[in-house]
Design a binder for this molecule. Structure first.
Ligand code: BGC
Length: 756
């Protein structure tokens, strides 16, 4: 059944996003929204013909280069998009002549971006132009473009130039030096290298003209090789130009140029490439699709978010991970945060486990960087970077620079203090193991991550002899509005949970893979004393939980801070930190994103944690009204949606869910131009599956304790769990036993901890 919906900016069907008007003011955000990719690279939706101030960008996983202040960034790669059409001497461009029809479409099902235009040139010639492009999902080194040209009311000369622009910029900074370029029987090639990291790229391009006689000329303008064709166009006759680009980097092969030109020489035609691409996408959606009926906005937008994850997850490289802004923008410079493990990973874990494995293996490969960070700060073991790139070294900028001449620069403390990531990554590694049963990966990679990061906690905690308890002082919790706090409940409890699992993993390893256990004991200096130290920490770490009220204090002294009534600030369009100042926010009970509530969510399957209706209600009542949910972090709304849904607050759950769901389609935070909100996309999947779908993991497999939002009549998806696919086709009106137990007894969820 095909449904149609629309939002402020778009029309969409079940799978297709349609933009019917071009608005130059939204040029950059739309460049992000129309990003395509294939898990190897991402290319923003910039126009083939260019546009003033456009920021075309292609990012390839792992292609980082040095840059001042922020250390390293994903280098914008040579641009494969240029396809310039000249109509009787007038260059086709949207800012000149007249646009009589404009229709841009992104087909999520096959990752196909197209544009239908009718344009009247300044000299009065009208032409239909239909562009199409895709980054092959079947062969990640292949990019394809096609352009159908049909004169409406003239005969005349048409020239088409298809090139590769070797001068891409990262906001004014060009990372590439030219090495060489040339031509072959098939077309042109370009060889460039990043200035510092010395990653070489080799690209080849070919062009084919169908529907007329035309020859190709090669222009070898330095750094911008181009293929040009000119033909005599006839009114109402369509000519098609196909341009295929191949690319490799020295991360893939020692000889990127010959790999690119060889591939080009053996490629089938566009139609065959398109078919293979469609087949690869069919397979991906087979596993990852979510079908929603009864709500056309959600039906499309959920798929849109899943599409963003699918084009960002590396399928063939386990030394890279997904940046916070995926491969779709300059924001956060392509750095990788906890966003990947905690927000995005579950989608892959349950629908594309091989990609989840790659993402986590990246953390294993970058352990040396995490060890250097620990040593630098005077700790033992592995201390994962808050922002990580190619080596795992810390790349969070120390300062946020002010562009105002007289403004103050801001010290960014996350690199030093936001250490909960050291438990978040092991949390994800453990869940991967439990969900897939991949013992091979656990003994080879996961155990080392979990154990070495646990050693860090052993050296980071402090024993308070007065209290006879362990403390973790001077941290930033999940809520970044408070920048120097002691005993953040999230950090302490996650560290404790992590140490519990570290002991379990060690015991398992010693039993099942004794040689690997001995190897790691020696490599990590993991002694019996260390392990009994962990036991001691587990038993005595401070956790500010009142068993009577079930309230958890976010950190020591939080309840004493000045209280703020967020309702007094209604109508604002800035974050509370922007309104109150950094200093003042630090002193108030206003939080950027769920911290205690995030903890409750992550611990929901843990038998040894107070996740019960009373705890959830008490902490929701306290923290939800104090959370800057709309203007704080974009990571917040999906988490609130899940918990509100668990609490039976359907309307509230749906409202915050929509904030997460539409974050980029409606640019509701005003920063979509920086790139897709990857964590939000992952949060959307979790909100649908664990929130509305109510999935709980029991010993016998996942069980749906669902509560669909008003209007949703059907929710269908599948989950891969312990080697088997589990199909869910949930329809309004069905009741499950677990859900009624939750409602009637009004007591602790009966959850078997499958992880114990
Ligand atoms: C959030 C972090 C997040 C980062 C990158 C920050 O604004 O507070 O939790 O990791 O953005 O998305």
């Amino acid at each position: 059944m095909q449904t149609k919906g629309h939002s402020r900016n778009f029309i969409y069907t079940d799978w297709i996003l349609i933009e019917t008007q071009f608005d130059p003011d939204q040029l950059h955000s739309k460049e992000t929204v129309f990003t395509i990719g294939n898990g190897y690279l991402g290319t923003k939706g910039s126009f083939e013909e260019g546009y003033p101030h456009a920021l075309p960008a292609t990012f390839i996983h792992g292609v980082y280069d040095d840059v001042p202040v922020v250390y390293t960034e994903l280098a914008n790669c040579p641009d494969w998009l240029p396809l310039v059409v000249i109509v009787n001497g007038d260059r086709f461009r949207l800012d000149q002549g007249e646009i009589l029809r404009y229709d841009r479409q992104l087909d999520l099902r096959y990752g196909l971006l197209s544009r239908y235009l009718r344009w009247r040139s300044p000299s009065g010639n009208t032409i239909d132009i239909h562009f199409e492009r895709f980054a092959s999902f079947a062969d990640q080194h292949v990019l394809a473009q096609r352009c159908h040209l049909t004169p409406v009311d003239f005969d005349g000369l048409i020239e088409v130039q298809g090139g590769i622009n070797g001068y891409p910029e990262n906001q004014g900074f060009n990372h590439w030096e030219g090495l060489d370029q040339g031509k072959t029987d098939q077309g042109i090639w370009l060889q460039r290298r990043t200035r510092h990291s010395r990653i070489e790229i080799g690209m080849g391009a070919t062009m084919k003209i169908l529907g007329t006689e035309a020859s190709l000329q090669v222009s070898t303008a330095p750094g911008y090789p181009t293929l040009t064709t000119t033909y005599l166009a006839k009114s109402k006759q369509t000519v098609t130009v196909e341009k295929i680009v191949t690319l490799f980097t020295s991360r893939d092969t020692e000889t990127p140029v010959s790999a690119a030109t060889e591939k080009l020489a053996h490629l089938p035609d566009y139609a065959t490439l398109l078919k293979a691409n469609e087949q690869a996408w069919d397979e991906a959606w087979q596993q990852s699709d979510i079908l929603i009926e009864g709500d056309s906005t959600a039906a499309f937008a959920v798929r849109y978010n899943l599409f963003q994850l699918l084009i960002a997850g590396s399928r063939h490289d386990d030394k890279v991970s997904i940046p916070a802004k995926t491969l779709s923008g300059f924001g956060y410079r392509g750095h990788i945060f906890w966003d990947t493990e905690i927000f995005m990973l579950p989608f892959f874990l349950f629908t594309q486990p091989a990609i989840a494995r790659n993402l986590l293996s990246y953390r294993w490969h970058t352990l040396p960087g995490a060890r250097r960070k620990a040593a630098h700060y005077g700790y033992k073991g592995a201390m994962f970077a808050w922002e990580s790139a190619d080596t795992g070294d810390e790349v969070t900028p120390r300062w946020g620079l002010n562009s105002d001449f007289y403004g103050e620069d801001v010290r960014i403390w996350c690199r030093d203090r936001e250490i909960h990531i050291n438990a978040d990554i092991p949390y994800a590694a453990w869940n991967y193991w439990q969900t897939t049963g991949d013992d091979e990966w656990m003994q080879q990679c996961g155990a080392e991550i979990i154990l070495d990061a646990a050693i860090f906690w052993g050296s980071r905690v402090e024993f308070n002899s007065e209290r006879q308890q362990y403390e973790i002082r001077g941290v930033i919790g999940v809520d970044e509005y408070h920048e120097f706090v002691h005993n953040n409940a999230f950090t302490n409890r996650m560290a404790q949970w992590h140490l519990q699992r570290a002991i379990a993993v060690y015991d398992w390893l010693a039993h099942k893979f004794p040689e690997r256990a001995t190897e790691l004991e020696q490599k990590l200096k993991l002694t019996p004393q260390e392990r009994s130290h962990w036991q001691d920490i587990i038993a005595k770490i401070l956790f500010l939980h009142d068993p009577l009220t079930e309230q958890i204090e976010q950190f020591e002294g939080f309840f004493q801070l000045e209280d703020i009534n967020l309702a007094d600030y209604q109508g604002r369009d800035h974050s509370m930190q922007a309104i109150l100042s950094i200093e003042k926010t630090n002193k108030c009970q206003v939080i950027k994103q769920p911290d205690i509530l995030m903890l409750l969510y992550l611990m929901r399957e843990s038998a040894d944690f107070p996740y019960n209706q009373k705890a959830l209600q008490a902490n929701w009542d306290y923290y939800a009204p104090r959370t800057d949910i709309t203007y704080g972090s974009s990571l917040g709304p999906a988490v609130h949606a899940i918990l509100a849904s668990d609490l039976g607050k359907s309307a509230e759950a749906y409202e915050v869910f929509m904030q997460a769901l539409m974050v980029d389609l409606e640019d509701n935070r005003g920063n979509t131009s920086d790139g897709i909100h990857g964590a939000t996309a992952g949060g959307v999947w979790q909100a649908v599956i664990f929130g509305f779908g109510g999935i709980q993991l029991t010993e016998n497999g996942p069980v749906a304790n669902f509560h669909l939002p008003d209007g949703w009549t059907r929710l269908k998806f599948k989950l891969h769990w312990r080697g088997k696919w589990h199909d869910f086709d949930l329809r309004k009106g069905q009741v499950t036993s677990l859900r009624s137990e939750f409602k009637i007894q009004n007591s602790k969820f009966k959850i078997n901890d499958p992880y114990k």
